[in-house]
Structures are given as C-alpha cells and as structure tokens.
Design a binder for this molecule. Structure first.
Ligand code: E4P
Ligand code: PEP
Length: 338
C-alpha cells in the first residue's frame, strides 16, 4: 500500500502517518520527492485498511499497488520522472549523453576523455575509480585518488560526474565527490549497497544485472527508493545469453517495457553490451530510436593502452559519428539532446 501526501502536507502530518502505521505493527518508508511525499507501507494490508488513513490530515490518496515495486511503479505515478544530475536532466523530452573513460587512469587521460565526451555532446562525465573486475589481478581502479581526479576534471570542464560505487562502506566517500552514484550490473542485487545508496542524497544509476529479469531490476530499484531516494535512473547494459558474438545481448525491448512498468528514466549502455567499438554506434542509434532517455558510452584518448575495456572505447572518427547521431536522431523521436 502507498500513501500519497498532498503538496501542503507538513512534517507533522507525515510523522502522524508513520506513528499510526507503526502502532498497527507495520513499517512506513517515507520518500520525499520534489513536489510530493510518498509513504510506502509494509505489513498487513487488511489491518491498514481499518485505519482510515485517507481521512488523516495531509493525505491526498491511498493506493493499493499490486506490483512488488510500489514506489518506482507507474501504477501510482503515471507521468514519467525527470532526474536531475548536477542540473542536467535525464528523462522527459531529453535524450542525455553520458560519456567518459571506463576507468580513471591518470589526470591527463581523464581530462582528455572528458573533452572528447563534451565535444561529442555529453552533458555528464562517466568514469570509474572503483572498478568491479572479474579477475582479482585486473586493474581495480585508483580509489579515492581517482575520485579526486574526477573532481578536478569536473572543475576544469564543468561536467558533472557519474561514478561507480561497489561497496556499501564506500558510499559516503564516493557520494562526497560524485554527482550521481552508479551501481553496476554485478551489484544489482547487493541489497546493503542499494540501501546505502538510497540514503546518500545523490541520484543513482542502477544498471540491470546481467542475468536479471526486468521485474528483479525494478525490485532492486525499489530498495533504493524505499530509503527515501526516488532520483533513480535505470540502465540496460545487456544480458547474458547463449550468443558469443557480442559481449552481452543488448535487450532493447527492456527499454519500453521498463518505461511502461516504471516512471523512472531508462538509459542504455551500448559499450558494455556490444563490447566492441564498431557495435557502439549502431546500438546507440537503436537505443535512441527505441526511446531511451539517454545513453552512456565509453571514450578513451588511447584505447590501445586503456587499463579497462579499451576495445569498446570510442575515439576519432567513431566518436565524431556518435556526435552526429546524438545531434540528429533525438529530434526524430521527439527528443532534444540535454
Ligand atoms: C568495466 O567497466 C568493468 O569493470 C568491466 O567491464 C569488467 O569486466 P572484466 O573485469 O571482466 O574485464
Ligand atoms: C561500467 O559501466 O563501468 C561497468 C562496470 O559496467 P557494467 O556494470 O554494466 O558491467
């Protein structure tokens, strides 16, 4: 069950609901949005229905939500959300390009990649300081030193930063530098991390688990929302299938399906799905055409020396073609480049 508070609701009204629900043996999760507050109730729905919550001051509506991802569901939030990252919109009529190096390696490499990203039309800079690597011997990222490089590059270029956090214990530190926290495919069901990110006060990009259904992905997003944060962007980045020609199989159908089920913006990562430079452009075009709210793309000034995922990083002519695609294609589907 979800309680939608009206725009005039006061903190006392909200506390009043929480008290009544708690006294009835339930738990109330308060999520404060820009224009209204939503309270998700967990517990005995029959019992809640005896409480006459609709009559309590500040309550606009009481909804029984049938899906297991109540706060991120479109059932109680018909209009699609726009999430702002350092002032840059993701969602609505916008198509937002996020680009940057897979991993932060040096100040020079990160600045060069950020300039490439901006020249291609990116409004946000991506870059990992904490890298979730399959092999423990692979480059794991620079950690806080990488975050400091990102902050310097933001100061130099003005591009807000999207960066991954892989451990719940690091959320506070990473959130101190990041404009948006990224939770990667390998951590989509790391519930402690999701909850910590939900409390960090920064927008979160949640990548789809490589073997997760869309419903599992939305329930993972619900863990973040339940902790009070509805500034969540979903990212489809390809799933595991029997196909070996691509690194992952980009599930383009997940974009309209997730947009039908949830009010959250949905973006696509053509780099980690295709895994090869020559696939990034066609997959980016397809993502824009299918109605993605944004794309997140790897770029690198010298991909052949990259410490992570060089084969999928754009450079030179490929980047120029991406710039052309993001300049021209969004208008064909009623979007403008953010
Ligand atoms: C990059 O962003 C990821 O850390 C990388 O794709 C992980 O893959 P790998 O460690 O299997 O190379
Ligand atoms: C990334 O974008 O840096 C990343 C690790 O991606 P994914 O979690 O999709 O593999």
């Amino acid at each position: 069950m979800v309680i939608v508070m009206d725009s005039e609701a006061t903190p006392d009204h909200i506390d009043g609901i929480v008290d009544v629900v708690t006294t009835a043996g339930g738990t109330a999760y308060v999520t404060r949005g820009v224009s209204r507050t939503i309270i998700g109730l967990v517990g005995d729905v029959q019992q809640f229905e005896t409480l006459d919550l609709r009559a309590m001051p500040g309550v606009s509506d009481v909804l029984r939500i049938s899906v297991p991802y109540k706060l991120v569901s479109r059932e109680n939030h018909v209009s699609r959300s726009v999430v702002r990252v350092g002032g840059v919109p993701i969602g609505g009529e916008h198509m937002t390009l996020i680009a940057g190096p897979c991993a932060v390696e040096t100040p020079e490499q990160t600045l060069a990649a950020a300039r490439m990203a901006r020249s291609a039309g990116a409004a946000l800079l991506r870059g990992g300081a904490y890298k979730p690597r399959t092999s423990p011997y692979a480059f794991q990222g620079l950690g806080e030193a990488g975050l400091r490089i990102l902050a310097d590059v933001r100061a130099e270029t003005g591009l807000p930063i999207v960066t991954e956090v892989v451990d719940a214990g690091d959320v506070e530190l990473v959130a101190g530098y990041a404009d948006m926290l990224q939770i990667g495919t390998r951590n989509m069901q790391n519930f402690a991390l999701l909850q910590a990110a939900g409390e960090a006060g920064k927008p979160v990009m949640l990548k789809r688990g490589m073997s997760a259904t869309i419903e599992e992905w939305l329930m993972a997003a619900e863990y973040i929302a339940q902790r009070g944060n509805l500034d969540i962007v979903l990212c489809e980045r390809g799933i595991r299938t029997f196909e070996k020609a691509t690194r992952n199989t980009l599930d383009l159908s997940a974009v309209p399906v997730a947009q039908q089920l949830s009010h959250l913006p949905v973006i696509v990562d053509p780099s980690h799905s295709g895994g090869k430079r020559d696939l990034v452009l066609p997959l980016s075009r397809a993502a824009i055409a299918v109605g993605a709210d944004g794309i997140i793309v790897d770029v690198h000034p010298t991909p052949e020396t990259a410490l992570c995922d060089g084969p999928q990083a754009l450079v030179g002519e490929d980047l120029a073609e991406l710039a052309d695609a993001v300049r021209t294609l969004p208008a064909l589907v009623g979007r403008t480049l953010a």
